[in-house]
Design a binder for this molecule. Structure first.
Ligand code: C2O
Ligand code: CU
Length: 467
């Protein structure tokens, strides 16, 4: 059959053949693709070699047959287009985490779009306002869909990216595998929900237990770290290299910051400029600190012609973010309660009625924001477009939470009138109160939830409305 992609000049005969060929075939509904053959992101089951080679392949759910999904990459200012095709047995959507996009492109089923059913598709299209490291994942049945492998990176390049010798996009993930390397099938586990979430027993970077690389001494790398795990907070250490943070959750820091280690909670991103300092013949290592020791995630053998030492890295060009004046802004406190050890208060609102804590546990709800489990008629915060809102978040639980706001970035309010870097996700440890402030710059209904997906589904999910 004739190639039906592109702008081929078809003869009438070929057109007829094409029409005949398509009759009876499964046609994916949805608007006709605009412009050039578009980017298609198919969510479907696949088999990948996740565990070491002597284990069987793992049956996953993936974008484009790979775990993590394909790296989608474009330049700042361009239009982004992707068609999600649902080849799963259940509904799905794609959420473009951290992208400041129009509300109807945010991928939240039942809130910003209808869920995409099996065999159907949805076209996402939005302008890329910000450069940086973003990621994409489903926002339907999130615990199971993300845990089974649905996640990928979206890179938006600056007009003039910094000069480096190489780039490493590193997707950290954490899998709970059975002995034959299959996904542990229990996703409604009450212990996970009421404790630290679905922690795994196998950590991967880009779908492998360990990455091996080779760089010469003096090489400068741009490293984009993404935590795609649904529960694990990673702590990374750097050996044989100088690492400087240049951006957090896509947004450049005003000045790069030299670090020895970094914490990266579920859904957070950290962009680094790394200079290899280990001697030729040695190894440079990015290690993950776990309870029982530090594991190499990336091992770089230092090899090849040594490069001259460079000047300290410079700041990335800033994105166009609003001016944030936290001083005097309205405060909407958020109290986080529940979970094992401490539990919910006596009465909590769930689905419109006050219920006893015990009844909520029966219903699989373990957490509450301001005395309410999950979402209800009213948003947690209502803000006028352009208004600045401060949210002190008090973690009264015995667990850490990775709080994510959709649609706009925020800054932490620090002592003495200072503010922290722009972020879209913040880890709040037990007994901490961390205050954020954001400018309500993007109209619509936006999710505000814990990104530890087991917590999200058992109470830690709410929303804000900007009008
Ligand atoms: Cu990355 Cu509401 O999610
Ligand atoms: Cu949480």
């Amino acid at each position: 059959m004739a190639n039906c992609e592109g702008k081929m000049d078809l003869t009438r005969r070929e057109v007829l053949a094409l029409a005949g060929g398509l009759a009876g075939a499964q046609v994916v509904p949805g608007p006709v693709w605009a412009g050039e053959p578009g980017r298609v992101l198919t969510a479907a089951p696949a088999e990948v070699q996740l565990a070491p080679g002597d284990f069987p392949k793992t049956r996953v759910w993936s974008y484009g047959g790979q775990v993590p999904g394909p790296v989608l990459r474009q330049r700042q200012g361009e239009m982004f287009e992707a068609r999600l095709v649902n080849g799963l047995e259940q509904e799905t959507t794609v959420h473009w985490h951290g992208v400041r996009l129009p509300n109807e492109m945010d991928g939240v089923p039942g809130m910003t779009q209808a869920a995409v059913r099996r065999g159907e598709s949805f076209d996402y299209r939005f302008a890329l306002r910000d450069a940086g490291t973003f990621w994409y994942h489903p926002h339907a049945n999130s615990l199971e869909q993300i845990s089974r492998g649905l996640a990928g990176v979206l890179v938006v390049d600056e007009a003039e990216p910094p000069e480096v010798d190489a780039e490493e996009i590193l997707v950290l993930d954490d899998w709970r595998l059975t002995e034959d390397a299959q996904l542990h099938p229990e996703f409604g586990n009450r212990h996970d929900m009421s404790h630290a979430g679905r922690l795994g027993n196998y950590i991967t970077v880009n779908g492998a237990g360990e990455l091996r690389r080779s760089y010469p001494k003096g090489a400068r790398l741009r490293v984009r770290l993404v935590n795609a795990a649904t529960a694990r907070v990673f702590r990374l250490v750097f050996q044989g290299m100088n690492a400087s943070v240049v951006a957090l959750d896509a947004m450049p820091l005003e000045a790069p910051e030299r670090i020895e280690q970094v914490e990266i909670g579920p859904a957070q991103r950290v962009d680094l400029i790394v200079d290899i300092t280990a001697e030729t013949g040695e190894e440079a290592i990015i290690g993950s600190v776990e309870r029982d020791g530090t594991y190499a995630t990336v091992s770089m053998s230092v090899d090849g012609a040594e490069q001259a030492v460079r000047e300290a890295p410079q700041a990335l060009p800033p994105n166009d973010l609003p001016v944030l004046e936290a001083e005097g802004a309205r405060q909407v406190p958020l109290v986080m309660e529940g979970g094992a050890m401490r539990g919910l208060p006596e009465r909590v609102i769930w689905q419109g009625s006050k219920m006893e804590a015990r009844a909520l546990y029966e219903a699989g709800q373990f957490w509450a924001f301001n005395g309410q489990a999950g979402m209800d008629g009213e948003p947690l915060i209502q803000a006028a477009l352009g208004e600045t809102v401060r949210v002190p978040m008090e973690n009264r639980t015995a667990f850490s939470h990775s709080m994510h706001l959709h649609g706009q970035h925020f800054r932490e309010v620090l002592p003495e009138g200072r503010v922290g870097p722009w972020r879209d996700t913040l880890v709040i440890h037990p007994n901490e109160t961390r205050e954020i402030a954001f400018v309500a710059e993007n109209p619509g209904d936006w999710m505000f939830h814990c990104h530890m997906a087991a917590h999200q589904m058992s109470g830690m999910m709410n929303w804000i409305r900007i009008t």
